[in-house]
Design a binder for this molecule. Structure first.
Ligand SMILES: Nc1ncnc2c1ncn2[C@@H]1O[C@H](COP(=O)(O)OP(=O)(O)OP(=O)(O)O)[C@@H](O)[C@H]1O
Length: 524
């Protein structure tokens, strides 16, 4: 397939706000594509490079290159060129990368150049594209979207499903089955403002402690145990204690979902930073494990001894989990069987307060009658935390002063818009540790596209979790609101910019604050 066609569809999808039209454009593209090209086409449309970071900065892009007269580049040519760029290393790498990028640009038409430029600078990010692509694939092949979505969850990614579906039709989807040893996309949560609000939304539900550690999906097949992160990376080798603990369980072939946490000698949870540092240690794993042992706490079960449990309601999955996993390894929970039962509601509030008092970050409410489904569809899980946080994208950073000279400090924070652009919500230089400051300086310099000596503008890729005390109206910022007392909690390297919070979410919270009331008072 010609790259020009992808550039054209990308432009068309961005230009229309009608979801149905976007899906139609994608369906037409997929119907005409060679199945083997689609694993490249989907990330390009989403604004991602299959190669990941390829080390192309502003320098390689700033000089204009005369465009080609007509489109000749195939999608695969672009992929080969970018693979070559990603492979450059050693002395003179920057110059060589620039040469290769210019060569590619020279083979591209003006429209293709614009699209390539957007891809390389991260400016064509289309957050919602993966969900739209699933709908487009369904339309192109006459398959129910729910079946495609489920196959994507089971495959852990859209690309392999797209290729098989387009090459062999809907029957090919039967191949994507829950298999021990192959990670599936995890189920995620939305937010609710309070336990009461969550109960009202969900009806009968479980209220579980929300543990602030690292999500793990554990696959056991006899002696073989593998553990995967939220982004489906295999981290088994870094968690020897998990392998040992799961080996002791009675189920022989199981898939469990849970969280790895660390408890101090006082029984209170250690900070997320400590846990991340421990899991990040690759060299001396045994030493790191001895220094900070982790425990697995499970909250779900997806498969047990030959049986796929994904479609069972949560209440039954809980019962199955309890049969195989002893209580100390299961998340604590309270149940609200009847949302009209005032006593159960009070008990749920008390459970939330108690969970916080034990040092955990909040609770997750889960509807008892719902199956396990990837992502945030249907909002069957709702998290409730006492502190407001948003996952925002770093758009730029300012050079620090005084003690922070030479460090990139004041961050410009953006929320995602539907069209893939970002609305800046404010700035912060608070909450950063020295380690974070050093790390972000390095990382942001890699992402830099422009530096005027005061502010470094970066590719919008880095997601940072920001705590704040409330939102206030502001005419200075494009969404019309800004954050009060914003401070950095942590970087979320496990999230892509497409998963950051949206302007819509932020404005929804602003409304929910109730102007002029209580602690979340909106200032004019
Ligand atoms: N009882 C629980 N049930 C589900 N998830 C839990 C539970 N306890 C802790 N978690 C963790 O909470 C995460 C979801 O909440 P949180 O907002 O902190 O993380 P996130 O990755 O920013 O959220 P999300 O995944 O919803 O965007 C899960 O991915 C999981 O790692």
């Amino acid at each position: 397939m010609l790259f020009a066609r992808v550039a054209e569809v990308s432009k068309g999808v961005a230009a229309t706000s009608a979801r149905s039209r976007k899906i139609e454009l994608l369906a037409e593209l997929f119907a005409a594509a060679e199945p083997d090209d689609v694993p490249l086409v989907i990330p390009y449309l989403a604004g991602r490079l299959p190669q990941g970071r390829i080390g192309v900065g502003w320098n390689a892009l700033k000089e204009p290159v005369a465009p080609a007269a007509g489109p000749t580049l195939a999608v695969r040519d672009v992929d080969a060129a970018l693979t070559a760029v990603a492979g450059v290393s050693g002395a003179g790498a920057q110059g060589e990368r620039r040469r290769l990028v210019q060569e590619l640009m020279g083979a591209a038409t003006a429209d293709e150049q614009r699209f390539l430029f957007g891809l390389l600078t991260g400016e064509v990010r289309q957050g919602a594209l993966d969900a739209l692509a699933v709908e487009g694939l369904a339309r192109a092949t006459g398959t129910p979207a729910a079946r495609v979505r489920r196959a994507v969850m089971l495959a852990g990614a859209t690309a392999p499903v797209a290729r098989e579906l387009l090459a062999r039709g809907p029957d090919a989807l039967a191949e994507f089955r829950l298999t021990v040893g192959r990670p599936v996309q995890p189920m995620l949560a939305h937010s609710a403002g309070s336990v009461g609000e969550g109960v009202d939304k969900l009806g009968p539900c479980a209220v579980e402690e929300k543990l602030d550690g690292i999500r793990v999906q554990v696959h056991r097949d006899g002696d073989r145990v593998r553990a995967y992160t939220r982004t489906l990376d295999d981290i088994t080798d870094r968690l020897p204690e998990l392998t040992a603990a799961v080996g002791e369980l009675s189920g022989d072939r199981v898939i469990l979902d849970g969280e790895m946490i660390a408890l101090g000698t006082d029984g209170r949870p250690r900070s997320f930073q400590d846990i991340a540092g421990r899991v990040g240690a690759r060299l001396d794993v045994a030493g790191a494990a001895a220094h900070l042992p982790l425990s697995a706490v499970f909250f779900d079960i997806l498969y047990a001894d030959g049986e796929d449990l994904l479609d069972l309601p949560l209440s039954e999955r809980h019962a199955r989990l309890a049969r195989l996993v002893p209580e100390p390894m299961r998340v604590r929970r309270a149940l609200v069987a009847d949302p009209a039962d005032e006593e159960a509601r009070r008990a749920a509030d008390a459970f939330f307060a108690e969970t916080l008092a034990r040092g955990h970050e909040g609770v997750v409410l889960k509807a008892l009658d719902t199956p396990y489904s990837a992502g945030r569809r249907g909002a069957a899980w709702l998290k409730v935390k006492p502190v407001h946080t948003l996952d925002l994208v770093v758009l730029a950073a300012e050079w620090g002063h005084g003690r922070r000279t030479g460090k990139l400090s004041n961050l410009h924070l953006g929320a995602r818009r539907d069209d893939g652009t970002y609305a800046m919500l404010g700035k912060t230089f608070k909450g950063m540790t020295d380690v974070m400051l050093a790390w972000q300086t390095d990382r942001l310099r890699e992402l830099a596209v422009e530096d005027d000596g005061f502010t470094v503008r970066v590719r919008p890729e880095l997601v940072v979790e920001i705590a704040y005390d409330g939102l206030q109206r502001s005419t200075r910022y494009p969404a019309g609101v800004t954050l009060r007392f914003a401070r950095v909690v942590r970087y979320r390297e496990d999230k892509t910019a497409a998963e950051a919070d949206t302007v819509e979410t932020v404005l929804g919270r602003h409304e929910g604050q109730g102007e002029g009331s209580g602690e979340d008072r909106v200032e004019g």
